[in-house]
Design a protein around this ligand. Structure first.
Ligand code: FES
Ligand code: FE
Length: 460
């Protein structure tokens, strides 16, 4: 018997969250990128309560296959069980807390602690000790001292998410209507997706929210920040977003996705003709599977974040988690995602394209990293940090009459998703429980359905 993690005890609250995050007036404070006390609250109220990406099902082939990762700053191991299910455990021995798994991935019959030799099977049960006889007269109940299990784990289209909070809404409720859009990348072909290549780990000296918010809907920076690298390294300018005929910013809770319609070929890596050809080849089957609207989203100029720290760029197929490592540091976990059914040479071209653009040596990642590090560094100044930062672009752009799901805003040059991201962050910091998180959504739950309201509170 393993022990479940209890619901997180949220007893403390920042009294002045509204001062740091005043979304009705389109302002945030630079202090949220630097203060240690805010960071500690985030670990407790955001990372210990939200669904966090931990692995892709394609990384597991047989029982005992495991991935070691982190949820916030907590080390966890995700292990495939004999029945094909996945379970996640705290990667710390319940004796004195030593790590029990030091490898990033592999296959194991169990985990043995280096310190005093407690051993655990893949279901987390304590099955042996180096000096087992010594506990016999001490009322020791081995069934209570297995690896502590993460309360919830669930899969969405092959992506495994876990949650420390047993009282959290289900993953389906958490993603809400945003899943409809995410399917344009994660479910556009029969057979689903897989990771190609391994996980790249790197670090940046920046606050995790700056990176997550950049992907939730900041196309604004692309034509300026990335233009010279695109011209020098990729042979052309970054596409001018204001030239696109049709584009949207959509959000729900803190998740966001901004995309242009029918822009295959405008994404730098897709200048590679074989990838463009592949996307045009599959487009009719995507239309059959997901409908015309989403077939026009594939390979588009777009980016997305699933709150709090899982982001992806559909055009480049790069997937990343911004792992928090203090208020001023992140560890990036980066993968490349492809359709399982894609030809091998296409998978390889996608892998190379993503490496060339968004990896530690990628031309765009370096551009972004420099900006994000300075946004974080300037917030260390006591006076500078207190200045308001403007997040007001596109305040009048909500589409009231639309059949599209979620909260839909016209145009990508828009900070609607950034506002929703910081609002949800602020709501979570203030809320003692999920039932206290307000519903700020105004959009539809499903495409074309009668307007249906959804709140995390009601969804439970
Ligand atoms: Fe693991 Fe003692 S800390 S056996
Ligand atoms: Fe960028």
């Amino acid at each position: 018997m393993t022990t479940m993690i209890k619901t997180v005890d949220v007893t403390t609250a920042l009294s002045d969250v509204d001062r740091f995050c005043d979304i009705p007036n389109a302002r945030i404070s630079g202090e949220i990128f630097h203060r240690q006390d805010i960071y500690e609250q985030e670990l407790e109220k955001v990372f210990a309560r939200c669904w966090l990406f931990v692995a892709h099902e394609s990384q597991f082939k047989k029982a005992g296959d495991y991935i070691a990762t982190t949820m916030g700053e907590d080390d966890v191991i995700v292990v495939r069980q004999k029945d094909g299910s996945h379970r996640a455990f705290i990667n710390a021995c319940p004796h004195r807390g030593n790590k029990v798994c030091f490898s990033e991935s592999g296959n194991a019959r169990g985990f043995i602690c280096n310190y005093h030799g407690w051993s655990f099977d893949i279901a987390g049960n304590l099955i042996g000790q180096h000096e087992s006889g010594i506990y016999e007269n001490s009322h020791f109940d081995a069934s209570k001292w297995g690896l502590r299990e993460v309360a919830l784990i669930d899969s969405y289209k092959g992506l495994l998410f876990a949650n420390f909070d047993a009282d959290a809404p289900s993953l389906k409720e958490y993603l809400g209507p945003m899943a409809w859009y995410f399917d344009a990348l994660f479910d556009n072909q029969e057979g689903g997706t897989e990771f190609v290549g391994g996980c790249i780990r790197s670090t940046m000296d920046c606050n995790w929210k700056i990176a997550a918010e950049n992907f939730v809907g900041d196309i604004l920076h692309a034509g300026w920040t990335h233009d010279s690298a695109a011209r020098a390294m990729l042979g052309g300018a970054v596409a001018k977003v204001s030239d696109f005929d049709e584009s949207y910013s959509v959000n729900w809770h803190g998740h966001g996705y901004e995309f242009a319609m029918d822009t295959v070929g405008n994404v730098a890596v897709l200048g590679e003709s074989a990838l463009n050809k592949y996307l045009h080849t599959i487009k009719p089957s995507v239309a059959e599977r997901l409908g015309d609207f989403r077939s026009n989203m594939i390979g588009s100029v777009s980016s997305a974040t699933i709150f709090p720290n899982f982001s992806f760029l559909p055009g480049q197929n790069t997937i990343r988690v911004w792992q928090p490592r203090g208020p001023n540091k992140i560890e990036l976990y980066t993968w490349v995602l492809v359709n399982k059914s894609a030809p091998e040479e296409i998978k390889e071209k996608w892998r190379k394209g993503a490496m060339m653009t968004f990896s530690p040596t990628g031309v765009f990642e370096m551009d972004d990293g420099e900006n994000w590090e300075y946004c974080t560094k300037t917030a260390r100044g006591k006076v500078t940090a207190k200045q308001d930062l403007y997040v007001g672009l596109g305040q009048e752009s909500l589409l009231q009459e639309t059949d599209l799901p979620a909260n839909v805003y016209s145009g990508q040059l828009n900070e609607a998703n950034s506002r929703a991201f910081y609002q949800f962050w602020s709501d979570l910091l203030k809320a003692p429980s999920w039932n206290d998180v307000p519903n700020r959504n105004v959009g539809r739950v499903e495409a074309g359905a009668a307007a249906e309201r959804c709140s995390l509170k009601e969804a439970k």
